[in-house]
Design a protein. Structure first.
Length: 336
């Protein structure tokens, strides 16, 4: 008699079915600023509960769960921040990621509406809410992009050589962080950010705060119709293809190619999948996240972007991943 075939392991499915426990534990602790209460050293759950106005028994359960997730370290009956929590989750730390986490927190309820979005084909969250209509959410979105961009732009500086380039158009440049950091890294480079008015207003504040208003201009505009000008050395399109259909991306690439000087560089940076769209898993999930939050939101394959650049007459296309933990890839092409 043949031995019965071994059943596949259900462990991964079981883990996925409760993965939201992990997220909500982190998001809630970050929202409560629990990690701040441990910034000066280990404390017991009772003390933390009293400091935050929480129930002591529930707080002890939360802190043990955070320890299980590697964010706290038990020391007898007290808990300390791990190095990761101290660096990224304490608000006075220069590496604080609170705004990025707050943005994920705001999307938690939106993800709960995945089924409705699949039925209707429409985003669960109206994009205008965070792109101008609701000033508080718009500011939160722009500040979260700014925080995240600081890490990404530093990585981008490592893979892009813009030495000798003088004029950069930063299409959908959000908080302007890339323009600020790239113009600081490459002296002589000036940038113009094109952004929706509600976002542009916050971007102007951030650019001024960074002391970069003399080299980074922010222009109100809809990139679907705005005049891109001409003779630019660099066009940067970062984190916007995931809001657009393939046809719109092709149009943006064609207009970018047309506004570059000969030898000018088009830089498209985003989360991209491999050919086929299913890997990396984070990128495929990111497509769902964008479907939930933008009318044409999704994710593209970097190979498609490369083909669209080729069709627009660009040459010397390159695809480079940003260094981990960034999930982004950068596709570049040069105008003939
Ligand atoms: C994910 S953000 C990326 C921002 C920035 N480039 C970065 O990588 O950090 C996408 C940006 O596109 C902007 N955007 C969306 N639709 C736009 C449009 N039609 N015209 C101009 N900007 C737009 C949004 O306001 C947002 O700042």
């Amino acid at each position: 008699m043949n031995a019965p075939a071994a059943l596949p392991d259900p462990g991964a499915i079981m883990r996925l079915s409760t993965a939201f426990w992990d997220s909500q534990t982190l998001l809630t602790a970050a929202r409560l600023r629990l990690f701040d209460t441990l910034a000066d050293g280990a404390r017991g759950a009772d003390e933390v509960a009293a400091a935050l106005g929480l129930d002591a028994r529930a707080t002890a359960l939360l802190m043990r769960a955070l320890a299980g997730l590697g964010l706290l370290r038990p020391e007898g009956d007290r808990f300390a921040n791990t190095p990761e929590a101290a660096t990224f989750l304490v608000s006075r730390s220069p590496g604080y990621m609170g705004n990025v986490i707050r943005y994920s927190d705001q999307l938690y309820a939106t993800w709960g509406e995945l089924e409705q979005a699949l039925r209707s084909g429409r985003p669960a969250l109206a994009a205008q809410t965070y792109l101008g209509d609701d000033p508080a959410r718009t500011r939160a979105f722009v500040v979260a992009m700014h925080e995240r961009a600081q890490g990404i732009a530093r990585a981008l500086v490592g893979v892009l050589d813009l030495a000798g380039r003088r004029s950069m158009l930063d299409v959908g440049g959000g908080p302007g962080t890339y323009s600020v950091l790239l113009t600081a890294r490459f002296p002589g480079l000036r940038a113009e950010v094109v952004e929706l008015p509600g976002v542009a207003a916050v971007a102007r504040e951030l650019v001024a705060e960074a002391g970069a208003a003399d080299r980074v201009a922010v222009r109100d505009g809809d990139y679907r119709s705005a005049d891109f000008g001409h003779g630019h050395d660099v066009v940067l399109m970062s984190g916007m293809f995931h809001r657009e259909t393939p046809a719109a991306c092709r149009d943006l690439i064609a207009r970018a190619a047309a506004c570059l000087a000969p030898g000018g560089l088009l830089v498209v940076s985003d989360v991209f999948t491999d050919e086929g769209g299913a890997t990396p898993a984070f990128a495929a999930l990111f497509g769902l996240n964008m479907m939930l939050t933008a009318p044409d939101g999704g994710v593209h394959a970097d190979a498609d972007v490369r083909r669209w650049m080729e069709a627009a007459g660009l040459r010397d296309m390159r695809v480079q991943p940003l260094p981990p933990p960034m999930p982004h890839r950068v596709v570049t092409g040069v105008r003939r």
